[in-house]
Design a protein around this ligand. Structure first.
Ligand SMILES: [Zn+2]
Length: 103
């Protein structure tokens, strides 16, 4: 597969940004709806109410690593979009996974 073929491939639904690993696999940044008790201001402001928010996560299609802000696997809050981008890019820069055939 040539590089130009990679760029011509349509991104899957919901993918906001895509990073390329050292080995050629994709790291896809997507929105992720989840429930949190952090307020709209984001960390560390906690409410006694729970909110449904559209946050972010990323998934490496090569090694199946899923991006999260902590060891509990929590997605990124809406206020943490930049961090989600940085972490996805950081994973792509370090991950040597190759693209699976057909991906
Ligand atoms: Zn990876």
């Amino acid at each position: 597969m040539s590089t130009s073929t990679t760029w011509a491939t349509a991104w899957p639904e919901g993918v906001l940004a895509r990073y390329l690993t050292v080995g050629g696999a994709h790291v896809d940044l997507t929105t992720r709806r989840f429930t949190t008790n952090y307020t709209a201001q984001g960390r560390p402001y906690i409410s006694d109410r729970w909110y449904e928010v559209d946050g972010f996560t990323w998934t490496c299609r090569g090694c199946d690593t899923r991006g999260s802000v902590n060891a509990f696997g929590d997605p990124y809050l809406p206020t943490e979009r930049n961090k989600a981008h940085e972490d996805a890019n950081g994973h792509a820069a370090a991950c040597r996974s190759m693209a699976r055939p057909g991906h």
